[in-house]
Design a protein around this ligand. Structure first.
Ligand code: ZN
Ligand code: ZN
Ligand code: FE
Length: 758
């Protein structure tokens, strides 16, 4: 059997099923599968097979079940009963691993019951739950090859581990207070203060008193603070240097989430799934007096990022603190997450007052995942804990390709046969430290699966740190380097996810990506077929004063747009945002394309419209202004601004001309129209333009991809308009629409290029 069949209680399940039918034989984990040999009468064999097909452990996923008859060796004595054999280490390595799993209900019951020996034990787990990818060093998945290898099982654990009737039968990370990992509380300088349960209680009390805690979680350090204390949250923001970006909170049980947020059935299922992601939920406006979340958690944001506690450690901490807790990655802004206590003391000592650490080593960083439900379906925005490294199923056999991803929200991907494995979210490669983590993630992936890639795929941007890492590897291995255009990679990621064949029109709408014509792309409609693409439509370009700096200053995008329409007269409308001196300089430079690149970025157009609407002219993270515009939009408004798509001239792409729209926005602003209306008309205009462009391209299959499609309002409007017009529309689900997904697209394009050469 192949699929997700290791680390999910699969062999015990096979054992029990075989014993029920009194079959003789064995089961064992191979690196790429579970192999079973059974002997018995026809009736029992049939029932056994049927049971394997129909029922299996909740976290298992069966991709294939091959059955063949083997002759009973006449010279070998018939086996007595059924046994679980030791894993064989050979065979080709395929990704059959599950991701880390949130604590199950039975384990929760045990840690809550004073009569149980695991009462209040923060490292409780069983075959249905617990750490996996964050502790596995090598395949096949057995305890000696995990970071639990140094903990010798006590007699009680050994008995459970060896008892086929027990829930912990062959649970590799099995542990108890007697033999397993333990907690230690450290002060900010790394000096021990307390151990075990006392450490946990003191840590939770400190958080309750407004202190900031660095918690060694499942896949790395997290920063914990009282989410109801404005002072504590402000302090965390200051120290972490994260002024505005929303912070995730942890609370539970589900009823507590419902008190503060609206939770649909699909959303409840996602929150309670074994992946237990941070889910973006709409805050309740009718929450009379119960919304106790401090305003600084998500300033001006109608949503909250919420997760339920997913490990016993988080459960116990939350229960003792008895209030919603901020739970955010343990890093400084733009740095990677710390995973060892030593690293945490060095890097987080200035942020946290205390550190709650433990001695179960984290093998690799696994951050919390982020998702939202969009048009009734779960869409992953940051793919990490609970999802990585679950393989993405491809619909054909691929050569082994390593893809190094992009620059922001980086992930790395590796194709293995009909699967692609993606690392958990690596982050933005803006610091030397994160570039190093990127390298480690690549080395880890290559080493883990023991393969030598036939090609290395990267972004077309020559200056990305990821591109330089890719060049180095391709050279070392003597294999081709395949640069893939950023927006083509976005489209290919969605194509790969849905296994689409034939030509596809991709709306690749995002912040920035390196174009092939010296402009910065980001509002593209690409007609993609195989490894090739044609740019059939683009957003009309405008100068981007300050280049990359513009991403944090919507006023600059606004000036660029105004300059494109009014030339030097733009100064009149942009006067409020700049000093006279700045404005003179910027406007002069707008006319000199060598100084400021031109861009077709829709992300920057969002920024421009946000600034024109009087929303913040400065922001602290990319996408902040676009989010403000999304949240401002009134869904009741159905009319749209004019956004004509001007047909292609010669070989040039068609152009979405935003000038009439911007003029209308300016007029509406002057007339005092509410921003809610302007924002909605802007979104609706994009939906209408998408339909127009799709009709011109004449391709029935359409995918929506790129960072702009994290915007639920935009996605729903564009999707609905295209569907009404008869197009088949695909959006991301398993893989993020933003740059976290492009490694998958790079793989697909590189594989197609390799195949077309042979
Ligand atoms: Zn469990
Ligand atoms: Zn034990
Ligand atoms: Fe992008």
């Amino acid at each position: 059997m192949r699929g997700v069949v290791q680390g999910v209680g699969f062999r015990p399940f096979v054992y029990r099923t075989a014993c029920e039918e009194s079959l003789r034989g064995w089961v064992l984990n191979e690196a790429d599968a579970v192999r079973i040999e059974v002997e018995g009468n026809d009736g029992s064999l049939d029932r056994f097979l049927q049971a394997l097909r129909q029922t299996h452990p909740p976290q298992a996923r069966i991709d294939s079940l091959e059955v063949s008859e083997v002759a009973t060796a006449s010279d070998a004595p018939a086996p007595e009963g059924f046994e679980i054999r030791a894993s064989s280490g050979q065979a080709e390595r395929r990704p059959t691993l599950p991701a880390d799993l949130a604590m199950c209900a039975e384990c929760l019951q045990e840690i809550s019951d004073p009569r149980q020996r695991r009462y209040r034990y923060p490292f409780t787990n069983c075959t249905n739950c617990g750490p996996r990818w964050s502790i596995i060093r090598q395949l096949p998945y057995d305890r000696p090859r995990t970071s639990m290898h140094s903990f010798a099982m006590c007699g009680d654990c050994q008995a459970e581990y060896g008892n086929p009737g027990d829930r912990r039968f062959h649970a590799q990370p099995i542990a108890c207070p007697k033999c397993g990992p333990q907690l230690t509380l450290l002060d900010a300088a790394g000096r021990p203060l307390a151990e075990r349960d006392l450490a946990l209680r003191q840590a939770a009390d400190a958080v309750g008193a407004g202190r900031i805690l660095a918690l060694q979680g499942l896949g790395g350090f997290q920063l914990i603070a009282d989410a109801t204390s404005e002072l504590a949250v402000q302090r965390l923001r200051e120290r972490k240097r994260r002024p505005d970006k929303p912070l995730a909170i942890m609370l539970g049980p589900l009823s507590e989430v419902r008190r503060r947020c609206r939770v649909s059935e699909a959303e409840a299922a996602a929150l309670q799934s074994p992946a237990a992601p941070i889910l973006l939920l709409a805050r309740r406006r009718d929450a009379d007096g119960v919304d106790d979340i401090a305003p600084a958690v998500a300033p001006g944001n109608p949503q909250l990022g919420v997760m339920l506690p997913s490990t016993p450690l988080h459960h116990l901490l939350l229960a003792h603190a008895a209030r919603p807790l901020i739970c955010t990655s343990g890093n400084l802004s733009e740095e990677p997450m710390a995973i060892t206590a030593r690293d945490a003391v060095t890097r987080l000592g200035s942020v946290a007052d205390l550190l709650l650490t433990h001695d179960r080593p984290i093998v690799r960083p696994v951050d919390d995942s982020v998702a939202h439900v969009i048009a009734g379906r779960l869409q992953i925005l940051r793919r990490a804990r609970g999802y990585a490294p679950l393989p993405i199923r491809m619909h054909c056999e691929l050569p082994v390709v390593l893809a190094v991803g992009g620059h922001l929200k980086n992930t790395v991907a590796l194709s293995l046969g009909e699967s692609v494995v993606m690392t958990p979210h690596v982050g933005d490669l803006e610091t030397a430290l994160s570039v190093q983590v990127h390298r480690q993630a690549i080395d880890d992936l290559i080493q883990f699966f023991g393969v030598r890639p036939q090609a290395v795929a990267c972004d077309l941007h020559p200056d990305y740190a990821s591109t330089r890492n890719a060049e180095r590897l391709a050279q070392a291995w003597g294999v081709p380097l395949v640069p893939v255009q950023h927006h083509q990679a976005h489209v290919a990621a969605c194509v790969a996810e849905h296994g689409l064949a034939g030509p596809v029109l991709g709306f690749s709408w995002d912040g920035t990506g390196y174009g092939t014509d010296r402009t910065v792309w980001g509002g593209e409609a690409l007609l993609c077929d195989g490894a090739e693409y044609t740019r059939v439509a683009q957003l009309r370009t405008f100068p981007l004063p300050g280049g990359d700096r513009a991403a944090r200053q919507p006023r600059r995008s606004a000036l660029g747009v105004l300059y494109a329409i009014f030339g030097t007269q733009a100064a009149d409308a942009a006067g409020a945002w700049f000093t006279t001196e700045e404005l003179g300089m910027l406007i002069a430079a707008c006319g000199r394309p060598r100084l400021f690149p031109r861009t077709s970025s829709l992300g920057r157009l969002f920024d421009a419209v946000a600034a024109l609407c009087g929303l913040p002219a400065w922001v602290t993270f990319e996408g902040q202004a676009a989010m403000a515009l999304e949240f401002a939009a009134n869904p009741e408004v159905r009319d749209a601004y004019p956004l004509p798509v001007r047909a292609a001239r010669g070989a040039d792409p068609a152009v979405l001309d935003w000038e009439p729209m911007i003029r209308a926005v300016l007029a509406d602003r002057a007339a005092g129209l509410p921003v809610a209306e302007i924002a909605a008309r802007f979104h609706n205009a994009l939906a209408a333009a998408a339909v127009q462009a799709a009709r011109m391209a004449g391709c029935r299959q359409v995918v929506l991809t790129g960072g702009c499609f994290q915007n639920a309002f935009l996605t729903e409007r564009v999707q609905a308009s295209l569907r009404d017009a008869g197009f088949q529309v695909y959006v991301h689900s398993e893989v993020p629409p933003g740059d976290g997904g492009i490694a998958l697209g790079q793989i697909l394009i590189a594989a197609k290029k390799l195949n077309s050469k042979t």
